[in-house]
Design a protein around this ligand. Structure first.
Ligand SMILES: Cc1ncc(COP(=O)(O)O)c(C=O)c1O
Length: 403
């Protein structure tokens, strides 16, 4: 038999997913019915949804749905081509302008996914042998892979300890001034902690480095009307590139990078995941534009999200859970042991009258020893739902000696 085919066969028969399924421990690919709301039907269970990135609850907002449907009526369902050739419609141009204006940048470039935005933008920026990248250890896989795809050698890729400004400075001292790019997330995707961007800005100034900020989980959540982490910390003018996704607060799929005209022009003509991939369909652009319309004029959803998240964080902390340094809509329950984490996930999801769905997170998404259930809140949750979830999480947490 072909050896490559043999690999698939043995993974199918005895790979970890198969073993986990036999033990009824497989925690992935559960089917969700209906909309992504705080209560969903999932795997035929009535579930409290604590595992969504639909932070502002906009996937079900009537105005957003209406505008997305209208875009389909007016422009059809797809673009069938790259932005560079036949895939640029007026909605893409309008969206790029609106995102730039929202963030106080000159321009932005819209990609078909957030992953593609990081892959394409980061790899296209890092082209020369004498350029350096200094990246936070906890950065998302799409950043790590974007750096891998770039044209710099291994020794020009430096990783600093998570949010450790002394280590960042030590790394900056190793490289020639004016040759480095610091890459960090604004809100970190697994633990919901906020990067010390204001300090990073100071160090970048001292060592003449650029800053690339991935604010996938900060947009819509932090800052004035959800303008993100750099607005929250008052350092938006010093960030060279702000990357965001549409798959979280913006309720859709896609991503973008915002910055100066020159940077955006570079990315548009060099990022391979932008040039060699079809552009987002009109309904996606209309969805994001509709969410922008709402959040620019009304910060009620953001405020509700922050207060619901605070209730959840306080409840978990007072119950005795280890929740790291979350300051956002993401709150981890850190278990630190893979098997225990899966056991806890399963009990919460399958063994209570009302199920609680969380995201079971293990290596490589987090370091070994930092296994967790990642929970996240939505603006459309109410206090009763949070309190019910807290009761269930606490009861099972006690049964399993996690608290
Ligand atoms: C920090 C961060 N960056 C980028 C991405 C990729 O975004 P998308 O899922 O929209 O492709 C994610 C998605 O999980 C993320 O958490």
């Amino acid at each position: 038999m072909n050896e490559i085919k043999r690999k698939f066969e043995s993974f199918w028969k005895e790979g970890l997913p198969t073993l986990a399924k036999k033990l009824h421990y497989y925690p992935y690919f559960f089917k969700i019915e209906g909309e992504q709301n705080p209560r969903v039907v999932m795997d035929n269970r009535d579930v409290l949804m604590l595992g969504s990135n639909n932070y502002l609850g906009m996937t079900s907002h009537p105005d957003v749905k209406r505008k997305a449907m209208h875009a389909i009526e007016e422009y059809g369902v797809g673009t069938t081509g790259s932005r560079l050739l036949n895939g640029t419609m007026e909605l893409h141009l309008e969206l790029e302008k609106r995102l730039a204006r929202f963030l106080g940048c000159e321009q932005s470039v819209v990609f078909s996914t957030g992953m593609q935005a990081n892959l394409g933008a980061i790899s296209s920026i890092l082209t020369e042998e004498d350029e350096w990248v200094i990246s936070d250890k906890a950065n998302h896989a799409s950043i790590i892979d974007g750096v891998k795809l770039g044209g710099i050698s291994q020794k020009h890729k430096l990783i600093y300890e998570h949010c450790d400004m002394e280590d960042l400075e030590a790394k900056l001292k190793l490289i020639p001034k004016g040759r480095g790019i610091i890459i960090t997330e604004g809100v970190f995707s697994m633990e919901g902690d906020v990067s010390p961007l204001d300090h990073i800005v100071d160090l970048a100034g001292d060592y003449d480095a650029l800053i690339y900020l991935d604010d996938a989980h900060g947009l819509g959540v932090l800052g004035n009307h959800g303008r993100g982490t750099c607005h929250h910390l008052g350092c938006q003018k010093n960030i060279d590139m702000i990357m965001g996704t549409f798959s979280k607060s913006f309720a859709s799929i896609g991503g973008f990078v915002a910055g100066s005209e020159e940077i955006c022009n570079w990315i548009k003509h060099n990022a391979r995941s932008f040039i060699f991939s079809a552009s987002p369909p009109p309904s996606v652009c209309a969805t994001v534009l509709a969410v922008l319309d709402i959040i620019e004029s009304d910060d009620g959803y953001q405020k509700k999200l922050l207060s619901i998240s605070e209730r959840m964080r306080k409840g978990l902390s007072e119950a005795g859970f280890h929740i790291g340094c979350s300051q956002s809509a993401i709150i981890p329950i850190i278990i630190g042991n893979k098997l225990k984490m899966f056991e806890y996930f399963n009990k919460l999801f399958k063994e209570t009258p009302t199920s609680v769905f969380t995201n079971p997170i293990r290596s490589p998404a987090v370091p070994i020893g930092r296994e967790m259930l990642r929970t996240s809140c939505m603006a459309t949750m109410n206090d009763e739902l949070v309190d019910l979830a807290l009761d269930i999480i606490t009861k099972i947490g006690k049964d399993l000696n996690i608290i």
